[in-house]
Write a protein that binds this ligand. Structure first.
Ligand SMILES: Cc1cc2nc3c(=O)[nH]c(=O)nc-3n(C[C@H](O)[C@H](O)[C@H](O)COP(=O)(O)OP(=O)(O)OC[C@H]3O[C@@H](n4cnc5c(N)ncnc54)[C@H](O)[C@@H]3O)c2cc1C
Length: 366
């Protein structure tokens, strides 16, 4: 049987693009070798922060802003369809300086962001402590991004799977070995269960994208960067919003759990939580909010960011007709899910994407 579109990978990108294509009436099959959302998408912190992540105004910053601007409606849509709350809530992001060097960088960035009309507020120590009384008493200043918000990536992944299914996308378990080509275009995939024909193939295989033969991606176009996370339990709730420093972050959940993240490690596909990784994320968390030292450690995990050489995603057409990319989202895949869904699905459907995809084309890596 021939499908309109086959999507390789059911992380947040694969599910979100599949949902939009199915909503547009396409016959979509999503191929996932594991459980949908089980890899990077469930491991993420869930920070949605153009302010912290895209420090220079430009196309990447605009992409991040466009995605954040979509989030409230996206969350409402997913929650309505899936009947699952995804933990999207306001509160803003607080970036704190823990040493003089970072304090100087923050001050310079505040000026730059203000010049570009970005909603970022410089806070003195009194104002920062009013927002987060549990933060360290160190007096070095902070930057507050009031428009930003976190989401719970595990719930987001699940809701996206349910919403894509509700729209009519079908899911099949198993490994895709290869993208099949004929007559100068992509025509389907070689799946572990056999050949699957399709009018279009969307590669959304995260950190494993270059391992799919025939993907057209050079080695290194997407590589795994391991991140470790430790989960603490605080009762009563100690923090209200995401607090960032230059070395990591803490992400409080509404129920009092606090995610402490994250390392950036070039160790290939070695999935492990290490003593050194845990020490790094916990030291940083305690430096941000000293009372976290008393919180029980209740879980920890690691997974792989699908990292591109410049940290920008690979979106849109491959060099071969019929093949499309929704990969390489590096540290910001959760933030960039709504815009990836809208932009890549528009490109596949032959419509004009809501943002110019040229800066995110694979051509820039050649
Ligand atoms: C520790 C950590 C913290 C993070 N924190 C944040 C954050 O706070 N905010 C943010 O915006 N982003 C964050 N990220 C980044 C974000 O998680 C990723 O950019 C995003 O999840 C990528 O989504 P994806 O769908 O491309 O990848 P994945 O979720 O990894 O999905 C890819 C899927 O493809 C499947 N697959 C791979 N190869 C094949 C094959 N050959 N056949 C079939 N299936 C295949 C895999 O099994 C997997 O399910 C974080 C990442 C990590 C690791």
């Amino acid at each position: 049987m021939r499908h309109d579109v086959v999507v390789i990978g059911a992380g947040v990108q694969g599910c979100a693009v599949a949902m939009r294509l199915a909503q547009a009436g396409k016959d979509v099959l999503v191929l996932e070798r594991s459980i949908p959302g089980a890899e990077a998408s469930s491991a993420a912190g869930g920070i949605l922060s153009p302010g912290v992540e895209a420090v220079e105004p430009g196309p990447f910053y605009e992409l991040c802003r466009a995605s954040l601007a979509r989030y409230a409606a996206f969350a409402r849509e997913l929650e309505r369809i899936s009947e699952l709350a995804i933990g999207y809530r306001g509160g803003g992001t607080l970036e704190v300086a823990l040493d003089e060097h970072h304090a100087r960088l923050l001050a310079a960035r505040a000026e730059r962001l203000e010049r570009h009309g970005v909603a970022a507020v410089s806070l003195d120590d009194v104002a920062a402590r009013r927002l987060e009384p549990a933060r360290s008493p160190e007096r070095r200043g902070a930057l507050f991004f009031p428009d930003e918000a976190p989401v719970d990536p595990r719930l987001l992944s699940r809701a996206l799977y349910l919403a894509a299914s509700a729209a009519g996308a079908r899911f099949r378990t198993g490994q895709v070995h290869r993208v099949l080509h004929a007559g100068g275009r992509a025509v389907g995939v070689a799946h572990e269960a056999g050949r699957i024909d399709a009018g279009a193939v969307v590669l959304a295989a995260g950190a494993w994208s270059t391992l799919v033969e025939g993907s057209g991606l050079q080695r290194g176009a997407v590589r795994p960067v391991r991140g470790q996370i430790a989960l603490l339990d605080t009762r009563p709730r100690l923090l209200s919003r995401v607090v960032f420093s230059d070395k990591g972050y803490v992400v409080p959940r509404a129920d009092g759990r606090v995610l402490c993240g994250s390392t950036m490690e070039e160790v290939g596909f070695e999935k492990a939580v290490t003593a050194g990784g845990l020490r790094a994320v916990l030291d940083l968390a305690i430096e941000i909010a000293p009372q976290l030292a008393r919180a029980p450690l209740i879980d920890s995990w690691s997974n792989f960011r699908p990292a591109s050489p410049d940290g920008w995603p690979l979106l849109g057409a491959a060099s071969v007709p019929g093949l499309w990319y929704a990969t390489g989202h590096t540290r910001n895949g959760i933030l960039l899910t709504p815009i990836t869904a809208d932009a890549v699905s528009a490109a596949v459907l032959g419509n004009t994407p809501p943002v110019d995809l040229t800066p995110f084309s694979v051509q820039r890596l050649r």
